[in-house]
Design a protein around this ligand. Structure first.
Ligand code: ADP
Ligand code: MG
Length: 813
């Protein structure tokens, strides 16, 4: 339709422009009325029920209508009026209770009333989210609500995209949604990003953003923001830590906590259960559960990305009959977005996730939230389980607890007002997938690798958990857990290995002590028993070998060898040695003795040992270059003889020697004969004498140095005078080529004169050019000319010695 007074020939752009101008005009009226209405608003009044009860702008009203939002939720009814009036807010309400709109509406409205719109206005509101997915979701809500007439430029910065592309757009933004890291990156690197006029700061999932993980980034962001602003914090689990409030420079914040008096901290429509499930039965139980609930939407939480991947990959191979998805922080951004979109859209699906999906995400109609690994604390539990039963819908949460986790976790949940009820797993319906996993891992080394990694990260996560009342690593049967993942044995873990090794040492020491103090028959018997216990098949070895490359578990075999053969043999040998030498001290018998006496006796004792060993019929090898003979008492030692590299280690280290003028060898640092030293007098006197001699030497050197410097100066002066003379003569007519210096001067002059005025004009330009695109040789050329010019002007009146030197240097090229 064409506006009145405009002909049909008018180009549509003009029509649009006029319409926009009219709208702006109407906006102005709107703004004044709105401002007055907000003034009149009474936040304590509890009669506001619908969005239409609030003084909102037309575009926002249209947006709400198009999204079919009519009645406000509790948190919205309480928080929005306060926020419209400009208060700082700490908002706490259960998961899925509509907190997003509680800050999106005030952001749009407050900026609208301030007419903080357009490129020149700069950033008006900053909304921070702990995860990318949540930031995207918030941005989506903002877009849906704002696209019915609001003119703000809104942007999303979450990383995973090119900084440059974002940078361009940033300068125009009025509202920005993002994650802390990326926002900080832009604040510190994008020059044109102007936040000086920021009016509102919003932290969604505020407790998470303010906790340790984000502390550094958030503190740095706050440094950039103006202190005069409105700050809104929202979360399902809100901390009221004073230090946080001070960090955010909140001004008399309003606490809006709508469900604080409720009996439970979780939605009423949520049914919450837990089962007791030993670690090694978790996967069987999960698999059986999924099999029994193929017609549902399930979200499963695990403690680490590796575990998520392993379960996803292995379950996928087993034809689960329901679409599987997985999400964790180590995926590429594209994959993460894809997954959240697919899960949102899916009717039946099972998503395996880490805690990246625990907060804020609003997947429609999730039936089950299964927490396969125990959450680190009650807050995390609340957020995870809050992905279901959102906005008055129903949902179920099931928490898997190992027997050792039960007591501690229940205590924490109770303290946070989370009602969970124990249920049993129907054992009849439980299928074991262990054999399938073993088979798959056997066939697919990559899957096996994943399983090992999953095992390690799980153990690590337990080890690192802060709440030791819930998580006690000793209580978990790791060997069985590894078996349940399909692994032939528990991979050794570095941080546990040290502990283990220490323990093993202590045990073997105790054993030795006991056995040696008791009768000898037992002592012989024990190692024999040990050997008998550990007959390994070819297959055992094969499995062990496969483990090695991945977890660098090379030690495992060596350690075991030591335990089985080596330790036993050495215990044996030590005992015999002790019997031969000195049987008094039991403790020392365990370890090789390192005597504190000097080398000689060491060697003697070694030789003793060797002779006694020889006497016992063992082979003794005298290595060239080794002070101690090598006793060959095992196959391993026998093999060692074949490796030059290993033998090298047994040889003594060589000494560095220097030769004097007569060709006599000396060690690099030799000690002087003490008698000679003392004969020369007291050390203090010697020191004085030495210092005096050195001083004299230096003084003498100083005199000669000064003399040569003077001579040099004189020579320079002479040359300068010669040059002056030559110059005067050249000026008078002919160029006399006397020595090099004069020749050079003549050339420069010729340069300067032929370049004439051009050179003078170019000089500054030349200097500038060198910086950007002149090559080095060109630069030198320019410098040379400059120096020549300087020479030319300064030759008339050299002021100081430096002038002279510079001149001479220039002339000599
Ligand atoms: P929270 O942040 O509190 O966990 P959200 O803001 O994500 O909750 O909202 C949860 C769901 O409730 C969303 O799907 C949202 O569309 C819906 N919702 C929010 N407010 C209303 C409302 N006033 N009327 C109808 N649905 C709403
Ligand atoms: Mg939320």
């Amino acid at each position: 339709m064409v506006a009145p007074g405009i002909t049909g020939h008018t180009r549509p752009t003009k029509v649009k422009k006029q319409a926009a101008a009219q709208k702006r005009k109407r906006d102005d009226v709107d703004v004044e009325q709105l401002e007055a209405a907000v003034e009149r608003l009474d936040p304590k009044n509890e009669t506001y029920k619908d969005f239409t009860d609030l003084p909102l702008s037309e575009p926002t009203k249209l947006g709400l209508k198009s999204c079919h939002y009519a009645v406000m939720t509790d948190i919205q009814a309480r928080a929005i009026p306060l926020a419209l009036k400009g208060c700082d807010i700490l908002g706490a309400a259960k998961t899925g209770s509509g907190k997003t709109l509680s800050f999106i509406i005030p952001v749009l409205e407050n900026l609208y009333r301030l007419q903080h719109i357009g490129m020149d206005a700069g950033l008006g509101a900053l909304i921070i989210s702990p995860t990318r997915e949540l930031a995207i979701q918030i941005f989506d809500v903002l877009r849906k609500l704002g696209r019915h007439g609001h003119m703000f430029a809104a942007g999303l910065v979450i990383g995973g995209k090119s900084l440059d592309a974002e940078r361009q757009a940033l300068t125009r933004m009025n509202i920005l949604v993002g994650t802390p890291g990326r926002i900080l990156q832009h604040l510190s690197q994008t020059v044109a990003f102007n936040v000086d006029d920021l009016k509102m700061l919003v932290l969604d999932e505020a407790d998470r953003i303010l906790d340790m993980g984000f502390q550094r980034d958030v503190d740095a962001i706050l440094e950039y923001l103006p202190k005069e602003r409105q700050t809104l914090l929202f979360s399902a689990t809100q901390s009221k830590k004073l230090s946080d409030l001070a960090r955010l420079s909140l001004q008399e914040p309003e606490y809006v906590s709508v469900h604080a008096e409720d009996k439970s901290a979780t939605p009423k429509t949520l049914q919450q259960n837990y089962i007791i499930c030993p670690l090694d039965e978790k996967l069987d139980t999960l698999w059986s559960f999924i099999q029994a609930s193929k017609k549902s939407k399930i979200l499963c939480f695990f403690s680490s990305a590796k575990l998520v991947r392993f379960v996803y990959e292995s379950f996928r191979h087993m034809q689960p009959g329901i679409p599987l998805l997985h999400i964790h922080g180590r995926q590429k951004q594209g994959a993460r977005l894809d997954t959240t979109a697919k899960f949102s859209a899916a009717k039946y699906s099972c998503l395996f996730a880490t805690d990246v999906a625990a907060r804020g995400l609003d997947f429609p109609a999730v039936d089950f939230v299964i927490q396969v690994d125990c959450p680190e604390d009650a807050e995390t539990y609340i957020h995870r389980v809050g992905r279901t039963a959102r906005y008055n819908r129903e949902g179920r949460g099931v928490l898997f607890l190992t027997p050792s986790e039960e007591e501690g976790m229940l205590k924490r949940l109770e303290a946070k007002k989370v009602p969970v009820e124990l249920i049993n797993v129907r054992q009849k319906k439980r299928q074991s997938i262990k054999d399938q996993l073993v088979h798959m891992l056997f066939k697919d080394p990559q899957l096996k690798y994943l399983a090992q990694k999953a095992f390690v990260t799980y153990v690590k996560s337990i080890y690192l958990q802060k709440d030791k009342e819930i998580f006690n690593l000793k209580e978990y049967d790791l060997e069985k857990f590894a078996g349940s993942l399909g692994l032939p044995g528990a991979p050794r873990i570095k941080f546990l290995k040290d502990d283990d090794a220490r323990k093993r040492k202590a045990v073997s020491r105790q054993e030795l002590e006991v056995s040696e103090s008791s009768d000898e028959g037992e002592e012989d018997g024990q190692p024999a028993q040990k050997k008998a216990k550990t007959v390994r098949t070819k297959y055992d070895r094969m499995f062990e070998r496969q483990n090695q490359d991945i977890l660098a578990d090379h030690y495992k075999k060596l350690v075991r060898d030591d335990m089985e053969g080596g330790a036993a043999a050495s215990a044996d040998q030590d005992a015999e040695k002790e019997a031969a030498d000195d049987a008094d001290d039991d403790f020392l018998a365990v370890k090789r003795r390192i005597p504190a006496e000097d080398d000689v006796s060491d060697i003697e004792s070694a030789v003793d040992e060797a002779t006694s060993a020889e006497a016992r019929g063992r082979k003794v090898v005298n290595l060239p270059g080794a002070s101690q003979p090598l006793i060959i008492d095992s196959n391993r030692r026998e093999k060692l003889l074949k490796s030059k590299k290993k033998l090298l280690k047994l040889k003594d280290k060589g000494k560095k020697i220097v030769y004097d003028d007569e060709g006599n060898p000396h060690e690099i640092y030799e000690l002087e004969d003490e008698a000679d030293f003392k004969a020369r007098g007291l050390p203090e006197e010697q020191r004085k004498k030495y210092l005096e001699a050195a001083r004299e030497e230096v003084q003498a050197a100083d005199v000669t140095d000064k003399a040569t410097a003077k001579a040099k100066r004189k020579e320079k002066m002479r040359k300068r005078k010669e040059r002056e003379r030559a110059e005067a003569e050249a000026a008078a007519g002919g160029v006399e080529i006397g020595d090099e210096g004069v020749d050079a001067l003549a050339n420069f002059r010729a340069d300067a004169e032929s370049g004439g005025s051009e050179d003078e004009e170019d000089a500054p330009k030349g200097k500038k050019q060198k910086k950007w695109f002149q090559s080095d040789s060109e630069g030198e050329e320019g410098d040379r000319k400059k120096r020549a010019k300087k020479a030319k002007t300064e030759v008339q009146e050299p002021q100081t010695l430096e002038d002279l030197e510079a001149l001479a240097a220039g002339l000599l090229g």
